[in-house]
Design a protein around this ligand. Structure first.
Ligand SMILES: NC(=O)c1ccc[n+]([C@@H]2O[C@H](COP(=O)([O-])OP(=O)(O)OC[C@H]3O[C@@H](n4cnc5c(N)ncnc54)[C@H](OP(=O)(O)O)[C@@H]3O)[C@@H](O)[C@H]2O)c1
Length: 268
């Protein structure tokens, strides 16, 4: 099995300002990667790049909104200018919405898709020619267990992650002609800032974030997948169980989820 050497690898990482992305940046820097860090929060991003540089790593902050074409082009151009190429693109940025579909809006649905699906898709398209020239090139898409099993109150999010999973699988075949590996990561519940950055926060279907994994563990799992070139990686016991049961007994999962929703909406 191929092992990817992260030392000296030129990595473009989205969503680096918090949560899983921030931990990924720290761990990839320790492994010797050259990092282009992007997200919208300029201060957090620059502070992170400075702290990594102080530790002897090569890291630059390129603030931007990945849903904007001009920003995507600027981010990639800066990466090429600074490191003269690209080896790994990690699409980690994402946003959630916790709200039942009947009460949510088209605006939220479209925004979730812009961030979680269209932005990574177009970043990939932009990066293909550069990755093609790269060393052990890879595209790494961070989806979610919701990308393989839809969860109530996470309908827009689940749909966007299903779309990302579909794109990832299709590209895996397509990218063979460019020698680019396409990897998918499906994390379970994680104690990141996703929960304070939700577009809507009015769902009833309960989720106990305190039971989630620390972002450092998810970041370590993602880097392990990159090193070992693992096609698909499920992270967390909740994700592993949910996806395993769902694969063999999807109707049972439907019934259990529906039972909870029926209770939540039962008239007192
Ligand atoms: N937390 C979980 O339970 C969980 C579970 C499974 C999968 N995931 C996935 O893991 C990935 C990382 O999320 P996280 O949990 O670490 O959440 P997080 O702490 O909220 O981090 C999300 C990152 O995405 C960036 N981002 C959001 N919108 C952006 C935009 N329009 N342009 C550029 N950057 C943008 C945010 O930075 P700015 O706000 O500075 O732009 C932030 O750095 C996401 O794809 C998420 O769906 C999370």
């Amino acid at each position: 099995m191929m092992r990817r050497d992260l030392s000296g690898a030129r990595v473009l990482l989205t969503g680096a300002s918090s949560g899983i992305g921030r931990s990924l940046a720290e761990q990839a820097a320790r492994a010797g990667a050259k990092l282009v860090l992007t997200a919208r929060s300029t201060d957090k991003l620059e502070q992170l790049a400075r702290s990594l540089t102080t530790l002897g790593a090569e890291a630059i902050a390129v603030p931007g909104d990945i849903t904007r074409e001009a920003d995507r082009q600027h981010i990639l151009a800066t990466a090429l200018e600074r490191f003269d190429g690209l080896d790994v693109l990690i699409n980690n940025a994402g946003v959630g919405s916790w709200c039942h579909f009947a009460e949510n809006s088209e605006e939220v649905l479209r925004r979730v898709f812009e961030v979680n699906f269209f932005a990574p898709a177009e970043l990939i398209r932009l990066a293909i020619p550069e990755l093609h020239k790269g060393r052990q090139p890879a595209i790494v898409n961070v989806a979610s267990m919701c990308g393989r099993r839809g969860i109530p109150a996470w309908s827009e999010y689940s749909a966007s992650k299903f779309a990302l999973c579909g794109l990832t699988e299709a590209l895996r075949g397509e990218m063979v002609r460019f020698g680019i590996d396409v990897l998918l990561v499906l994390p379970g519940l994680t104690r990141s800032e996703l929960w304070s950055n939700l577009l809507r926060n009015t769902g009833r279907y309960p989720i106990d974030v305190s039971k989630g994994m620390p972002p450092e563990r998810v970041a370590a799992g993602i880097l392990r997948a990159v090193r070992n070139n693992r096609t698909e990686t499920v992270l967390g016991w909740d994700a592993r169980w949910m996806l395993r049961i769902n694969r063999f007994l999807p109707r049972l999962v439907d019934t259990l989820l529906a039972r909870q929703v029926r209770k939540l909406y039962a008239v007192a």
